[in-house]
Write a protein that binds this ligand. Sequence first.
Ligand code: SAH
Length: 470
Amino acid sequence: MSSLPIFLDLKKTNILVAGTDVFAVAKIRFLLELGAQVTSLHYEAADIVKTFESEKEKGQIKFISGSFRPEVLKEIKLVYLANVSGSELGKFLEYSQKHNILLNHIDCPENSSFISPAAVSRGSVTVAISTGGKAPVLARNLRQKIEQLLPSQIGELTDLIYQFRPSVKKLIKSSSARRKFWNKIYSDLELGKLLALSSQERRSKIIKLLGTFGQKEKKGHVLLVGAGPGDPELLTLKAHRALIEADVIIYDKLVSKEVLNLARRDACLINVGKSLGDHSVSQDEINKIIIDQAHLGHLTVRLKGGDPMIFGRAAEEISALTAKNISYEIIPGITAAIGAAAAGSIPLTHRDHSSQVTFVTGQLKGGERRDWTGLAGKGRTIVIYMGVKTAKKTMNDLIRDGFSAHTPIGIIENATKESERRLYGTLERLDHLIKGKNIQSPALLIIGDSVAEAKDFSIAYETINHIKEA
Ligand code: SAH
């Protein structure tokens, strides 16, 4: 950015528009609408005088004729030049530069000391767009896009919300809590709801929001948010909004950097997934961190890979919050199995091959042995989370408990991330594949006949000895 965008209160600004062409007329009309005091300099008895007759009567515009002379710029803060050229132009440029008067030569950025951006206005809300005078058409196209984006009633709503500022200040003492309240009001979700209401309903809704916000403020509020499998595009809209609004984000090692990058720049990020020396953060410690942050009145996001309710220990965090009477909300995420299935085009169910899908963990609490008999067999798909370390045992157990050694399998490491790897083969080669390709966590094992329908499976199966890196 090489220019400073500022918004001038034109009611206190005397502006001279020199010239009489259509651009001068359009500029004058625009400036008058904004309440400016305009002086129009024209050369001959031009039609322009007739165009603005009523404004002239109101005293908002005055006309002077003739050409450049220093007196015409007396008390003038801004100058717009339309069809002005030759020595006349030179005199304007020289004088305004010498006397620090801001000048815009319409469509000539090289002669201008300021440029007028393309603007979209909705009452008190104005969006200005500039390309530094380099691409006016692009600026106009962008303006059209923004016109579509800004709901027509946004200005009216802003004026209404503005009336609540004194009460909000009185009711919510801390400035960070107030910022949070305004963030909530202006979040896409609340804004959308408010815009759909009549003006009376809007007023009541804002009062209600203020009431519930005050209650939550006292004890803090926690959002348990699913970050999805890695690709930030797979976040839900709600999760995205939570990340933008959060004061504190307590995250796991499964959460990708790209997702964390969506957080507010001044948000506090707490990594509870990292091993601290030889001591990784225990669940009790995590619960305590969440509660402490909520008690500080922070909008606290507990961010977990995939979905919080699937192998995410959300239940333990929910009990801890409930015990302290802290309100919470769960925002679901795309679990790794669903992300991996989409990435590899692996149907988890299939009319011909699988009418059941089971998500299981490869590691049971206390190292218990899983009985696969209920899960194994034809017409079933099993997705194993946290199964890399115990893959060899799982492979042997599955075969012993009823799965055919030739059952198709897929191994998806870092599903939906840049570093994603997909391997395919048969169950009897599971351990070989994992070791041979040095598969690391996070990875999922998908086992069942429907895996053979994956887009890369057949090439893998036929061409390279049951091993394929897709
Ligand atoms: N709540 C998470 C699961 C947490 S358990 C969810 O719903 O996805 C951690 C296990 O999830 C990992 O060991 C791995 O098996 C799986 N996992 C998570 N993200 C993954 C990814 N991007 N690719 C492959 N597996 C993943």
